[in-house]
Design a protein around this ligand. Structure first.
Ligand code: PXL
Length: 284
């Protein structure tokens, strides 16, 4: 059996609504790995679709937590950042990457800040500049098209897309520094939606798709990122990991629709876990 990998998942805790750590922890754990967390903020719910949520910024806690880990001599096989609690956390997380990065580790950055052409209400445009800076420290980044456009100063378009638009974004994203880019929310026709996978070292672009289901589903970016990292830790190539993640998100959405559940509470990724585990080759 392959050894367990240790992950540092750097996201907020949205207590209810299935995104960030309430998604990353169960998915990465189910894939067989040791998922440590560095919580960036605690919110009563996520910010999309609820009003009146509480917000505790944990910026002051990041360095003391890391200092304790260093005193224990802890190492991490992967660091996976997502929603950050403040603008100042960008530089703190970049420092953490420098502290824990090794030749074998994976640094995965999801520059969570925007969707459907708009920044999340709590963020200002300077967040996009900061996230672009953080991406320079990553091995792999996984923006959606809105986040990509904010980071490389391109005009956001609604899909369907064409290859020229997507491939221009991929090249500009790689120019920020990461060697590999997975751009999510890519679709060229009504039937299929998925991701564009760019390896800047090999200068190779691949596409992965699953069935396209109309509508907006909260938390799917976090399900995608957690599944992608899980597959990478289980030895999949980036394109194969992106395919597994795409299939898992699609199945989670399909089940959510079948169950007729309210979408702001996130997708029923729990019910699609058996399919995910099978795709990872961990179960017959
Ligand atoms: O899924 C991204 C995300 C994570 N965390 C919080 C959010 C969102 C998206 O809206 O509000 C708090």
């Amino acid at each position: 059996m392959n050894k367990q990998k240790r992950v540092m998942a750097i996201h907020d805790i949205s207590c209810v609504g299935r995104c960030s750590l309430t998604v990353a922890l169960p998915i990465i754990s189910a894939a067989g790995h040791d998922c440590g967390v560095l919580p960036t903020a605690v919110l009563s719910t996520h910010t999309g679709g609820f009003t009146g949520f509480t917000y505790r910024d944990l910026t002051q806690d990041l360095n003391p937590i890391s200092a304790h880990w260093q005193s224990l001599g802890l190492g991490f096989d992967a660091m996976y950042s997502g929603f950050l609690g403040s603008f100042e956390q960008i530089d703190l997380v970049a420092e953490l990457f420098k502290t824990y990065k090794t030749n074998e580790s994976i640094v995965l950055v999801d520059p969570v800040m925007a969707d459907e052409g708009k920044l999340y209400a709590i963020y200002s445009p300077e967040m996009a500049k900061g996230m672009a800076r953080l991406c320079a420290h990553a091995d792999i980044i996984i923006p959606n098209i809105t986040e990509a456009c904010f980071m490389v100063d391109e005009t956001y378009k609604h899909g369907p897309y064409d290859k020229a638009y997507i491939e221009n974004l991929l090249k500009k994203l790689a120019a920020l520094g990461p060697k590999q880019v997975v751009l999510t929310g890519v679709w060229f026709d009504d039937d299929k939606l998925g991701a564009a996978v760019y390896d800047a070292v090999q200068n190779k672009i691949e596409y992965v798709f699953a069935s396209r289901i109309e509508g907006y589903f909260h938390g799917t970016g976090d399900v995608f990122g957690s599944a992608l990292l899980s597959a990478l830790l289980n030895g999949f190539t980036l394109a194969d990991a992106a395919q597994v993640a795409c299939d898992y998100v699609c199945e989670s959405i399909r089940i959510t629709i079948d169950l007729d559940q309210e979408r702001r509470y996130g997708v029923a990724f729990e019910r699609a876990l058996p399919m995910f585990i099978k795709k990872l080759g961990l179960m017959a």
